[in-house]
Design a protein around this ligand. Sequence first.
Ligand code: HEC
Length: 145
Amino acid sequence: MLRKIASLNKPALLIVLLCMLSTGLICPLQAADADAVMLKRGKLLFIQCRACHDLKMSPEQEQKVGPNLSGMMGKAAGTAEGFVYSQAFKEAKFSWDIAVLDRWLEKPSAVVPENLMAFSGINAQLDRTALISYIVEQSSISPSK
Ligand code: HEC
């Protein structure tokens, strides 16, 4: 293995090292830092959602302009209790996972045409990934959170 790596040319060696770094193989601490940075960015990005959505259910179970997103991952779309959805969402037949949420955040109308969410979308993939990591963490209703 070592001899094989040594026989690689310099750019290839650099790529191998970068891959190892990015997967946290060499420096797990760095990977943990990267997670923290993503969550922080996600929290910041969620400010633009906060006017209409909460990620935790309050004791009064109140809904804002948009549905409460508590426990949304893995749940069927359009089923937050106590929220009155558009016809488009009532007829939606899918569950939320990371891939669908990513498409929703990029272009909501591509996932549920004629939905009533007044939001045009986020172009930057990295921003969507950061936002999703924050939503997944904060909307989880497992007792440990
Ligand atoms: C101006 C208010 C508003 C903003 C801002 C907004 N939303 Fe929404 N959102 C809504 C409404 C209203 C709906 C329900 C749409 C419908 O019934 O057609 C919705 C639906 C959703 C759903 C589907 C939930 C379900 O129960 O299936 C998700 C997920 C969501 N929004 C996430 C977000 C995120 C993340 C942001 C920030 C990037 C955001 N929204 C910004 C109003 C908003």
